[in-house]
Design a protein around this ligand. Structure first.
Ligand code: APR
Length: 254
């Protein structure tokens, strides 16, 4: 397939990079078929706002509804595949030191062959007890969309409700993941920000932190974001189109 042209200045920055941080968001997985958070929801979920389902308050009010939503998303992710953007990043990481930081709770980077240094917002595949925090094995979610709430399983250790392994709005980020991400951002000379609206803090502060520390920051997103005016190169393309073109141009083809 013909690849799109890469802006020469952007390409030069990518070629010169010695320590890269990639910061991905939901748009990274959109072309794999995973809806972003700002996409309209369908079916049972139509009348719920993801920003309201992904909260401790929603869990307290209706754990079975929240569990059903996450089980549905887990099953959905299990049935889709990494896209060319995920694969291009895995290939690039074999050529240059790269720290991959994601806000995504899916496992598509890993399935494309990347090592993820930080899942800042947790993972669909690491449920744990809501009472004693004991890890609970993931059953891989649901194969079909649920028609109603699904009761969460009981913790094998204490009998408490098992909760999703995702970080909800208002919760603290996992400290070790945050430290790894922030340290990598402070040390990088290039940050590639892909598929994020960059509005959910503290994660959204990382690209700004990279700009302030003197790194070159490239944004890959089909839409303008709050970040666009702040970065060095804001490239209006998608993850599965832009990343393979960039990675091929730096000579690190999969
Ligand atoms: N390629 C690249 N970017 C894309 C694509 C694509 N194919 N499709 C959509 N986008 C962009 C959108 O333009 C938007 O800017 O991806 C972004 C997705 O934004 P959000 O849905 O807000 O996702 P994200 O930024 O990851 O959300 C951050 O918010 O809901 C919480 O915890 C959740 O991790 C999530 C966080």
């Amino acid at each position: 397939m013909d690849q799109i042209a890469v802006d020469p200045a952007l390409l030069e920055a990518a070629r010169a990079a010695r320590r890269v941080v990639v910061f991905s968001g939901a748009g990274m997985s959109a072309e794999s078929g995973v809806p972003t958070f700002r996409d309209a929801q369908t079916g049972l979920w139509e009348r719920f706002d993801p920003a309201e389902l992904a909260t401790p308050q929603a869990w307290e009010t209706d754990p079975a509804l929240v569990w059903a939503w996450y089980q549905w998303r887990t099953g959905l992710v299990r049935h889709v595949q990494p896209n060319d953007g995920h694969r291009a990043l895995a290939a690039w990481a074999r050529r240059v030191p790269m720290t991959l930081v994601t806000q995504n709770v899916d496992d598509l980077h890993e399935r494309a062959g990347s090592e993820v240094a930080a899942h800042l917002h947790g993972s669909l595949f690491t449920p744990r007890c809501s009472v004693c925090s004991a890890p609970h094995p993931s059953d891989g979610g649901l194969d079909v969309e649920p028609t109603g709430p699904v009761a969460p399983p009981a913790c094998a250790r204490c009998g408490g409700d098992v909760r999703p392994g995702a970080v909800w709005f208002g919760e603290a980020l996992p400290e070790d993941a945050w430290t790894r991400a922030a340290d990598a951002v402070d040390a990088c000379d290039l940050m590639v920000v892909v598929g994020t609206s960059a509005v959910v803090y503290p994660a959204a502060g990382l690209p700004r932190r990279a700009v302030e520390s003197g790194a070159t920051v490239i944004e890959i997103n089909p839409e303008a974001t709050d970040l666009s005016p702040l970065v060095h190169h804001s490239w209006r393309t998608t993850a599965a189109v832009g990343l393979p073109a960039l990675v091929a141009a730096v000579g690190a083809n999969p």
